[in-house]
Design a protein around this ligand. Structure first.
Ligand code: FES
Length: 107
């Protein structure tokens, strides 16, 4: 958010975009955001797992589910909802706009 309360957009350069079925981490200022590619649609959420803060971008992606590599916590990348494992707090999620040429994170 900027000072007006509006979401600020940050481009995700092509080199930082994950391939379908993969995850990457994108750093914007001091924030690290995980980006998932599910069948060509991008989803963005906090990279730190809500259990013990392991980076979710190092985890696995199974459809719309990200699986934390530390203790197996699972979240829905579309909503941040915890699904299984030792996690009970949701992830913060962020909007992603655009396709192909200009993909942007909304923070
Ligand atoms: S840190 Fe992710 S499940 Fe424990």
């Amino acid at each position: 958010m900027d000072l007006t309360g509006e979401a600020a957009s940050h481009p995700i350069p092509p080199r930082d975009r994950p391939e379908p079925g993969r995850l990457t981490a994108v750093t914007v200022g001091e924030q690290v955001i995980a980006v998932a590619n599910v069948g060509g649609t991008y989803y963005a959420f906090q990279d730190a797992c809500t259990h013990e803060e392991c980076p979710l971008s190092d985890g696995d992606l199974d459809g719309h589910v990200v699986i934390c590599h530390c203790h197996g916590g699972e979240f829905d990348v579309r909503t941040g909802k915890p699904l299984d494992g030792p996690v009970y707090r949701p992830l913060r999620t962020f909007g992603v706009t655009g396709d192909g040429g200009d993909v942007r994170l909304m923070l």
